[in-house]
Structures are given as C-alpha cells and as structure tokens.
Design a protein around this ligand. Structure first.
Ligand code: SF4
Ligand code: SF4
Length: 472
C-alpha cells in the first residue's frame, strides 16, 4: 500500500503506485490539456509530483518537449544563475564484498587490482587534488567491514580535513559509502561530512535483487531506507541517484521522485542533491548487457524534468559523460560537475599506469581542471568552488528555507566569484586567469545588494593580497 510517510521501503516506493503512474502517464501522454496544466504548475516553481512529472516524461510532442526544456533552463537560471559548483571524487578503497553485476569492484572480479589507501596515500591524493584547485570532494569506497570499516572512513575524513598544503584546503567532504547503521551515520555526521550520497541503483525491487545477488547490498529494504537512518543519525543533507541504464528509465524516474517526496513528507526536507549517472564500460563490465540503456536525448529530457520537478535540489553530473553531453545538461539544470576526475584508487598522486585496472568506470571527459574551468567560462558560466553553506551551518531545512525564499542567491553569486578568484590566483594557467579576471569584474556588478557587492569587491582585492577563505 503506497504511503509516502511510511518508513518501509516497499510502502514509500510502492511497486503498484509506480506501475499505476506509468499507466496514467501512457494514457495521458497526448492529453495536451493536462500537460498544459502541469506545465503551468511547474512555471510556479513549486515542483511537480511523480505522477505529473511522469506524464511529461511520456509526452512525445516536440513542441511541448521544447517548452519543458525552456522552462528547465529558466528555472535553472532563476535558482542557480550561471554558477556551476566543482567537485572531485576521491576513491579510498575498491575492496568490496558485494556482487553488483554492473560494477567492476564486485567480489568475484579476481583480475582487478585491489587497493586501499594508507593515510599517507590519502594525504598524497589530497595534496594532488589541492594542487589542482579542488575544495570539495566526494569520497568513495566499496563495502567491506574488514578492509573499509567505518573507523577507516573516519580516519580518512580526518586526514583530508587536516591537510593544508600551500593555499589549499578541502573544505567539504561528501561521502558515498554503503548503507549503514544510524550509529555509523552519527559518527559521519560528527566527523563533519557534507552530503551523504547513496545511489539507489534501481528502485525496481526484483531487478535490484537480481543485480545484487550476493553481499549485504542484496537487502533492498535496508538499502532503500538508508537515507532515513542517515537523517536519524543527524545528517541533514542527503544525495539520491539511480544508475540509469539498469532498468526501465521511466520506472526509475518515478521511483526517484517518490523517494524525494518521501524524504520531504517524513523529514520536512527533500534531497540535497540528485545524481544522474549512466552505466559505463569498465573492467569486466559491458554496458550493452543491460537493457535499460538510454540515448542522449532521453537523458537530457530526464535532467530537464528533474530540474522542473525538484527546483531546490542540486543536480550532479560526473565525468562519466562526455563534454558534449555535459554541455547540454548543464544548460538544462545540472548545478554541480566533477572535473579532472580519476576513478581509480590512488589515481591523482600516482603516475598514470596503463596496466592499472582499478578504475570503477571509464571517464569520458578527460580534461584537466584548468581546461574544464576555462571551458565553463567560455560558455558563460561561473565555475564555483564554494562550500560556504555547510560551514555556516546552512544545512537541511535551514538551507531549504533560504533557498525557497530566494535569499540564498545573495550568498551563492559572491561566493562563486570569491572562490573563483582564489582558484585563478593560486592554480589557473595565464589564459584561464585572464578570462576569469574579466568575468569576475563583470559579474561583481551583477550582485544585487549594494552592501554585499562592495564587501565582495573588497574581498576580491584581499584575495589578490593573499588572504583566503572569505564567505557569505
Ligand atoms: S557498486 Fe559499490 S557495493 Fe557494488 S560492487 Fe561496486 S563498490 Fe561494491
Ligand atoms: S552559498 Fe551555499 S548553496 Fe550557494 S554555492 Fe555556496 S554552498 Fe552552494
């Protein structure tokens, strides 16, 4: 029985409700009157339910689809301006006891090299990341209670936050580790993590159990209810995601929005972020073996509809996607991207080794951070290294209420410019710096509040003089 307020996975992600939603969407995919009504509601920037959004996803009318794209673009501009937040993944360990069929780290893969970073190696990785200019990381580790217990993850977080190399610092560590207990989530919260990210992979229970035949991850309910335990453990900001390509995308899309509605109904705050990965080729993994693959246009439509349905939720895309795809979906609603990512354990500090097969997936966008930053600016975006909210205690419902009142805009824009200035002074190539300085000069004038504008201008000068870490 569908109940968004239930704490039972099978009730807040009710299979019957998803199937009914898909049927309803099919019946109404040509119902222009209904679609117009849904679009009018979306224009009010209040989001859409999973049913409404599913009708839009089923709609095949090109004109109406273009209206969805235009609206997504406008909502993106209204809430996120032209800023794109930058981050990098950091792989700590690829030991894993699970049997996920789509991931090369699965236990039975005996030809992948297994690695776990020592604290010294974590330090080396962090220095390499700081030297590129990164301030925000997402740490990743397989599930292995012997090799990667929670104490190991906590040690790594402490090490990461403790390293101050030249002007560098990692100011926000987001964590992407397996579903765990309330007690462990509390420990992560106390260690000062930013967002806890856990991809559902697929919301379809039967497929989920087939794709996760062995290991603790096999337990669908335990995995699906993880965000509720994380919130019980004090983590305010949680990040959802499905691995598009495993199951029928329309099923996943409805499930994803139902999960967001569940968090809002139970905890009063929806997901902080939604990630949109697609299955990629890797050691022992052929994406063609999964029949739910989606083309780039469908992928773009999904991104646009997520933007429309949950306007306040950040959307993340990784270097799994090519430059061209990234360019398209950034316009339609993505607010955070990774840059210069290595998806292998120890990949940042070590020399690139052609025989190394410890990567989790093939990276499509292989450009350096400097190249990605320059590319974004050439497209008219402001690359932002901002981490201010979590450090100012603006998390969970505090963050969301600021977002909903539009007040957050007075922080994001100047913070983006100040952190970009830090990047330009400390890490950028001369060409990137030149472009960035011009951009900052122009964009400082776009800060609406005079007082904030003047403070930001003074701070930009102080950054030039060597002072760091200003924030609104
Ligand atoms: S997806 Fe995660 S849990 Fe599954 S095999 Fe890969 S690392 Fe392990
Ligand atoms: S001010 Fe907050 S919401 Fe805005 S970019 Fe910075 S961390 Fe993100």
């Amino acid at each position: 029985m569908y109940d968004p307020k239930s704490l039972k996975a099978e009730e807040f992600i009710d299979n019957g409700e998803i199937l009914d939603t898909l049927r309803y969407a099919d019946e109404n995919k040509d119902n222009t009157e209904l679609i117009e009504k849904i679009l009018a509601k979306a224009e009010e920037r209040k989001g859409l339910t999973h049913r409404e959004a599913s009708v839009l996803l089923a709609c095949e009318d090109e004109k109406l689809i273009n209206r969805m794209y235009d609206l997504a673009e406008q909502i993106k501009k209204d809430f996120y301006g032209n800023r794109i937040v930058m981050f990098a993944p950091l792989y700590l360990s690829n030991y894993c006891v699970n049997g996920c069929l789509y991931c090369p780290y699965h236990l039975k893969n005996t030809h992948i090299s297994r690695k776990k970073l020592t604290q010294q190696e974590v330090k080396n990785e962090v220095i390499a990341l700081q030297d590129m200019g990164h301030k925000r990381l997402a740490i990743e580790a397989g599930e292995d209670p012997v090799n990667n217990p929670i104490e190991y993850i906590l040690d790594c977080i402490n090490t990461i936050y403790s390293i101050k190399h030249k002007n560098g610092a990692i100011r926000r560590v987001n964590v992407n580790i397996a579903a765990t207990t309330v007690e462990n989530y509390r420990k992560l919260h106390e260690a000062g993590i930013g967002t806890y990210i856990l991809f559902q992979e697929t919301y379809h229970k039967e497929s989920y159990e087939r794709l996760h035949p062995t290991g603790p991850k096999h337990n669908y309910a335990y995995h699906t209810e993880a965000m509720d335990r994380a919130m019980e453990g004090g983590i305010d900001d949680v990040g959802l995601g499905v691995l598009f390509g495993l199951e029928m995308y329309r099923y996943e899309f409805a499930g994803l929005l139902m999960h967001a509605e569940h968090l809002e109904a139970v905890h009063g705050v929806g997901p902080h972020t939604i990630s949109v990965p697609r299955v990629k080729r890797a050691d022992d993994i052929d994406p063609d073996e999964f029949d739910g693959g989606i083309d780039d246009d469908t992928f773009a439509k999904i991104c646009a509809l997520i933007r429309i349905s949950v306007p306040y939720t950040g959307m993340i895309i990784s270097t799994r996607e090519s430059k061209a795809v990234r360019e398209k979906v950034i316009r339609l609603g993505v607010s955070q991207i990774s840059g210069a990512s290595r998806t292998s354990v120890g990949g940042y500090a070590e020399e690139e080794d052609e025989d190394d097969n410890s990567a989790q997936f093939d990276v499509s966008d292989k450009r350096t951070l400097d190249e990605v930053v320059r590319w974004l600016m050439e497209l008219g975006y402001i690359p932002s290294f901002c981490t201010a909210c979590y450090r100012e205690g603006r998390t969970g419902d505090r963050f969301m209420s600021l977002c909903k009142s539009g007040q957050i805009q007075n922080c994001c824009h100047p913070n983006a410019l100040m952190t970009l200035k830090e990047y330009l002074v400390d890490y950028a190539s001369p060409e990137t710096r030149k472009l960035g300085e011009e951009l900052i000069e122009k964009e400082l004038e776009n800060i609406p509040k005079e007082k904030v504008r003047n403070i930001a201008k003074e701070r930009v000068v102080k950054i030039e003089e060597g002072i760091r870490d200003f924030r609104f």
